[in-house]
Design a protein around this ligand. Structure first.
Ligand code: C2O
Length: 443
């Protein structure tokens, strides 16, 4: 967020010189100089309240690959092909889907939807309007999107990989995912919407920086860059699963907030510009779909949140009594939520995966996961030429490390952050002391 005006003009000039990029300029008149992938007409929005008659299932990509879904898959592909074939300037065409996202991920945009509570509802509305456009283009009102269940299916789904069909995309370069990349358990245990989904602008939820970012970063191609990622049809299946994570969090027993009058804007299938209240996006059934399965926890949702003190990277329970309470239970899980990690721009510019350590300054070049102090990772996703480093919120499963972090005789631990190279898992620069808005233990 610390881009000054000079950098951003320089960057804009640089960006406009190349063919594919849109400019990151904040002023509306200059947006028009971006390509079709980053400009939209300025239409006045009319309100839209979704209230679908039929609730149908969104199936996983694996399910959609089964013979029983062959007809539905053929229709889905066909509708995507039709969308690709629309003129680049058509507001319901493929380029303008990319534009919706591009305009909202510009690093200079003060209310970038990736670093606030807009993250989940904005993408839900994005998928919903895409779904309605595909329903219309495909002439099939029963058409629904699908989700890539990456927790179970850690490679690019087969139905997206076969060449010469509209779900295929050339510029992918998939690097692979590990089980820890896609571990949703700490996310499902986060207790409040603010921790999980985020808050006002600049207050990030943990849903962004975990598996969501890891899956983007698992690619070398367009998926690894927020600005270009919606060019790849797999983006929508990935975000289907991120949306399913939200549904799963609710299903696990958590509550959505009241979003008041906050809204998002999209073109509907009739090319009308619409506003939708975030409150009207909370229940996916109102949007005409539900997921064929949800992510689940092997235990009931924990309910206790223990706010911790954070002072110069030292974390500790606020008082001895809380410490006793924390230690007196043997909960099924322990999640440390580190809210709005800051200062990551002090780390090398190209770093976007960060290891978090307790009572350790790992050596440069150490394999992070093998370090005794390693407690987890958080990641961001590049956007255009900028690696916007947050703020990021991490939800980490610390159950295995808890006794070395605090115990009867040890009331505090010191946290550090070091950049990690995704491919080698090694740290690439010295660790810095953790700076964040708050830290809580959920168990
Ligand atoms: Cu708007 Cu996964 O990105």
């Amino acid at each position: 967020m610390s881009m000054n005006r000079r950098t951003f003009i320089r960057q804009a000039t640089f960006t406009m010189g190349s063919v594919t990029m849109c400019s990151w300029l904040e002023t509306a008149n200059l947006w028009a100089q971006g390509g079709t992938e980053c400009t939209l007409p300025s239409d006045k929005a009319t309100p839209w309240t979704p209230d679908e008659r039929k609730v149908l299932k969104r199936f996983s990509t694996a399910e959609m690959g089964q013979p029983g879904h062959a007809a539905a898959l053929a229709k889905y592909r066909d509708a995507i092909c039709k969308m690709h074939a629309l003129p680049a300037s058509d507001v319901i065409g493929w380029d303008k889907q990319i534009a919706q996202h591009c305009l909202n991920c510009a690093p200079t945009k003060p209310d970038n939807i990736h670093y606030s509570q807009y993250f989940l509802p904005w993408h839900r509305a994005f998928l919903y309007s895409l779904e309605r456009i595909l329903r219309k283009l495909g002439g099939d009102d029963d058409l629904r999107l699908m989700y890539w269940n990456w927790e179970q299916d850690r490679t690019v789904p087969a139905i997206y990989s076969q060449a010469k069909q509209c779900l295929f995309y050339q510029n992918r370069g998939f690097q692979g995912l590990s089980t820890s990349d896609v571990n949703v358990q700490p996310l499902l245990t986060t207790a409040t919407w603010e921790e999980f989904g985020g808050g006002a602008s600049g207050d990030a939820g943990a849903a962004f920086g975990g598996p969501h970012a890891n899956v983007h970063d698992a690619f070398n191609g367009d998926m690894s860059n927020l600005q270009y990622s919606p060019r790849d049809p797999i983006f929508y299946a990935h975000h289907g699963n991120v949306d399913r994570l939200w549904s799963s969090w609710i299903n696990a027993g958590h509550k959505n907030p009241d979003f008041g009058q906050d809204k998002v804007y999209f073109y509907d299938e009739d090319r009308k510009f619409r506003s939708i209240l975030l409150n009207d996006l909370r229940d996916e059934k109102k949007l005409g779909y539900e997921y064929s399965s949800l992510m689940t926890l092997p235990f009931r949702v924990p309910v206790k949140v223990f706010p911790m003190l954070l002072n110069r990277a030292i974390v500790q329970p606020p008082d001895p009594d809380t410490q006793r309470q924390i230690l007196s239970e043997a909960p099924p899980s322990r999640t440390l939520v580190i809210h709005n990690i800051k200062g990551l721009e002090k780390l090398p510019e190209n770093a976007n995966t960060f290891g978090i350590f307790a009572d350790e300054d790992p050596k440069v070049g150490a394999v992070a996961e093998q370090e005794p102090g390693f407690v987890g990772r958080v990641a961001t996703v590049k956007a255009g030429e900028t690696n916007l480093k947050g703020p990021l919120t991490a939800a980490l499963d610390i159950a295995p490390k808890m006794s070395s972090m605090i115990n009867k005789d040890k009331k505090s631990f010191r946290m550090t952050v070091a950049p990690i190279d995704r491919k080698t898992g090694k740290t690439t620069a010295p660790a810095i002391p953790l700076e964040a808005d708050k830290v809580a233990l959920v168990q």
